[in-house]
Design a binder for this molecule. Structure first.
Ligand SMILES: Cc1cc2nc3c(=O)[nH]c(=O)nc-3n(C[C@H](O)[C@H](O)[C@H](O)COP(=O)(O)O)c2cc1C
Length: 438
């Protein structure tokens, strides 16, 4: 490899939910967290483990609609976990999901800036727009806007939030002991933002936060999602829906980077992390067995759950279709749900396979089929990064247990560290600086 820094980033995607129940049944190895998850201690311990392994960040996803899936019916608001996880760690970034549809922009700007202060510059915001109409109903709204309008609103929203954060000059706090002046108001810009969707007059009443702008994170990879990320994101969460193809992974990265260049942005400011769930064991054969066990057999109940889940994901009613007939053509770019993730299921459509056959082929969230001994998994990760060009991986596992976290942080990561592929210590105290280090 010519001159490229071979190091890559590691982050973890998880939820503030009862992990022990996420499988639709009580999971072994969940320990006491199976009943006591809501104290947050599991996530705090997890953050400590990731900090020891020098991960870039832990990201907590969130949905505000009542979710019918077993382990997702109950959850903590991710924001509440941020300072707790930061307090227990030294360099780990903490990223909370907050929806542009439900937080007034001023409130989000204020909350995220406060958290950036409390975490001493390790805060990130996962920008989501929320597709579920149920969530809109909970907030007293009729329905969620279309996919395109949600992205349009999100862009204006993010512009406004950034302008609020940028409103405080770095030297606005003067702390003049002689005059008693704390802030120089001339260094705090009062906005008069008149957008198509949002209006805001005034300034944030919180001092500029350590990072200025908390780290911005995004996950959509539809056409609109790619444009959005190219413009705003510091880091992108990528699921190729089980494509298991370096070419698919590379295309997304190359495309988003070239979109960034076109609008005058340095593409190295954007770190794409690919979702993976490596399954590891003492032997390759055992790891392969465990990998295949993770794909649930198709039973009437599991099919019903999948069809309902996919309907929610795509915001399209799939329950109307015969399982033993081919599905009609669906124009994914017109779906109001999660277009790229829905494609993990729809990718196998050819007009001939039956709906049931397509369900059997549905990819998981992992971008790669990754199983083997920790050394073999490290080999594959190294090979993937060589082929793609960067920027790292986003670990994810359901159900999540301390056992799995330990396999990664104490088994896999030390191998990657010995090869010089991931960091051994934090060089910086702030999240964005760590992301931009390589
Ligand atoms: C790894 C990953 C994490 C996500 N986390 C959340 C989340 O926490 N909350 C949410 O409402 N949507 C979440 N999403 C959905 C995205 O924000 C986005 O709406 C979705 O991927 C659809 O975008 P697209 O149509 O541009 O592909 C996530 C998606 C991915 C791939």
């Amino acid at each position: 490899m010519s001159g490229r820094d071979k190091r890559f980033h590691l982050a973890w995607f998880t939820n503030a939910v009862p992990h022990g129940w996420m499988d639709g049944k009580a999971s072994p190895w969940a320990g006491n967290d199976i009943t006591e998850w809501m104290t947050g201690e599991f996530l705090i311990d997890m953050a400590r483990s990731l900090d020891r392994a020098c991960f870039d960040y832990i990201m907590l996803e969130d949905h505000v609609a009542f979710d019918h899936m077993a382990g997702l019916t109950a959850r903590l608001d991710p924001i509440s976990m941020m300072p707790l996880m930061a307090e227990a760690t030294t360099g780990l970034g903490v990223v909370a999901t907050m929806s542009t549809s439900f937080y007034p922009p001023f409130l989000l700007a204020r909350t995220a800036a406060s958290l950036d202060h409390l975490t001493r510059g390790r805060m990130g915001w996962n920008i989501v727009t929320t597709s579920e109409h149920e969530a809109a109903h909970a907030f007293g709204m009729e329905a969620q806007p279309s996919h395109g309008e949600r992205y349009e609103r999100a862009a204006e929203y993010t512009d406004l939030v950034c302008q609020l954060w940028d409103g405080w000059d770095p030297d606005a706090i003067v702390m003049n002991e002689e005059t008693g002046q704390y802030v120089d108001p001339s260094k705090v810009k009062r906005l008069d933002f008149q957008g198509k969707y949002y209006k805001c007059k005034g300034a944030l009443n919180i001092a500029r936060s350590p990072q200025g702008r908390p780290v911005l994170c995004q996950a959509g990879t539809s056409e609109r999602g790619r444009d959005f990320s190219a413009k705003y994101a510091d880091t992108i969460l990528v699921s190729t829906g089980g494509a298991n193809d370096y070419g698919v992974m590379k295309e997304i990265r190359d495309d988003i980077r070239s979109r960034a260049v076109k609008i005058g942005r340095d593409p190295d400011e954007i770190k794409l992390l690919y979702m993976i769930t490596p399954i590891m064991a003492e032997s390759e054969a055992e790891a392969e067995r465990l990998w295949h066990l993770r794909k649930p057999p198709l039973t009437p109940a599991s099919i019903k759950g999948m069809v309902e889940g996919l309907s929610r994901l795509g915001q399209i009613d799939l329950t109307q279709y015969d399982l033993d007939e081919p599905l009609p053509f669906i124009d994914i770019t017109k779906l109001d749900g999660h277009q790229a993730t829905f494609n993990s299921f729809y990718r196998s459509w050819d007009g001939k396979k039956t709906f049931r056959e397509m369900l059997a082929r549905r990819g998981g969230v992992s971008s790669l089929d990754l199983f083997g001994t920790p050394t073999q998994v490290a080999d594959r990760m190294e090979e993937a990064m060589e082929a793609i060009g960067g920027d790292g991986f986003l670990l994810q596992c359901r159900p999540l247990t301390r056992r799995y976290i330990t396999e990664v942080t104490e088994g896999l990561v030390p191998i990657l560290q010995k090869r010089g592929l991931v960091r051994k210590k934090y060089e910086h105290t702030q999240l964005r600086d760590n992301l931009r280090e390589f």
